[in-house]
Design a protein around this ligand. Sequence first.
Ligand code: 16G
Ligand code: MG
Length: 553
Amino acid sequence: MEQQRAILLRCASGFPLPPGVKMSYGTAGFRAEGMTLASTVFRTGVLAALRSLKMGSAAVGLMITASHNAVGDNGVKVADPSGSMMTQLWEPFADALAGAPTAEDFVRVVFEFVDEEKIPFGVARPSEILLGRDTRPSGEALLEAAKQGIAAVVGAVAIDMGILTTPQLHWMVRRRNEGRGASEDEYFRQLSDSFRRLMDLSPEGTLRNAYDPSVWVDGANGVGGEKLGELMKLLPAGLAVHVRNSGKDGEGILNDGVGADFVQKEKAIPHGFSTSDAGRRCASLDGDADRLVYFRITGEEGRKIDLTDGDKILSLFSLFIKEQLAKLEEGGEPAGRARLGAVQTAYANGASTEFLRRMGMEVAFTPTGVKHLHEKASEYDVGIYFEANGHGTVLFSDKFLRELEPLNAELATNHPGSESQKAALRLWEVSQLINQAVGDALSGFLLVEAILRHKGWSIEDWNSLYQDLPSRQLKVKVADRSVVTTANAETQVVNPPGLQEAIDAETAKYPNGRCFIRPSGTEDVVRVYAEAATQEAADGLARAVALEVGRSL
Ligand code: 16G
Ligand code: MG
């Protein structure tokens, strides 16, 4: 123990906290300007090692990325052994570690927590921390800081998995703890194999055949475009992917006028695309490839793109999975009675929720942030979650997969099988394709393509599932966003008092009006979201509520 204390103190002294830096482990870990993060990343290395020790030396992950932020920013987050985000219970500890003013304070915080959590610390028990980073220039130096943090914990070993998308690293952590192959090659093979089998299971001679095998993808000049390029080499001929903004050869700047966050928030054409792409099915990834949206350039004056966002992806996945479950039920299979649920946040367009409910889906709401949606979705046999911004996935329970397995074995010996067997096989392949650890733009992209092909749909067919209600998002700069607290999945303001009443009064003035505010988890702003029957009304409502927010803070 004394030796461990000495090592930790010596190493931590090499990574002093820059003055004035205040870090908070928000919805996406720690995020800040890349140059200011060395101390925080070193300390997060220690945190990850402790997390592994606490979890019986299971592998955990540490990812260095700032997702869709500007290229100068960076960030760091920890993945739990299941591959999901680090438990929220440890977030206050992460904050305390990151905020300790001196190396001595830092070591004291570590030992207090180790005591409290009864972490087997200072014992040479090998535990692995898988490291990944995106393509940001500050990533390499920060990776080194993470390695040193891990090396400062006796028994902890850092394994550098290289430049990765965030979901790849989460996938690897999960696989490693399942005792299965966790290399990047295996990731690509698993995705391409299950995609190929899903394509082979498309019905022959579909009623409609408007599916165009060509698709154009905006890689945000980040790691996703590069990885998609590698994945494409393994994909079957039935899909022609054209990657733009791949980030290679200094083609453009990461997230600068490109990427899923830009396309979804600005509803604008990203760099590298133009009106000569009008009508094409296009998709956009974010900087670390855990978000995916689709879009179509309309070519119309003023109205630049038709956005097909996370809500529409959720609707497409829900529709497909529900249809397959119905086939199982018709075939008398118990798996057909699985509890299927969709999980959204208050940002979900009201029209999407209505569509899902009309379809007979159970719809649940959680606060913003992947960890909340993921946790809720895992309560279902099949839980589908998406944020409107394009982050989401489909989770299958072990119980449900066990029910599917015998059907698959039967089909393998009894080709071609009945409709219900094919449905079972399709659902099985979806569970293999779609990332079970976290939302993954690459696997989500392949699932969208497989379903569109299955249904013979164009992007317009998909887009016309329902018509989005007009909406508007605004942000209000505030001195201290933590003054605002909310309840009921962020739909009601609790503090400051009186503000919710003011919002209600404004909302009541607009037909089909809906409005909520919440403090951002990643910026010093309060966000306002408004929806109404017309665009003018949504704009008006958002503006009025933004004024109320300004007044009461
Ligand atoms: C982070 C979250 C995302 C959320 C967004 C909200 C993760 C991995 N990402 O990007 O889910 O939608 O923050 O940002 O949890 P905001 O709090 O600034 O609105
Ligand atoms: Mg991201």
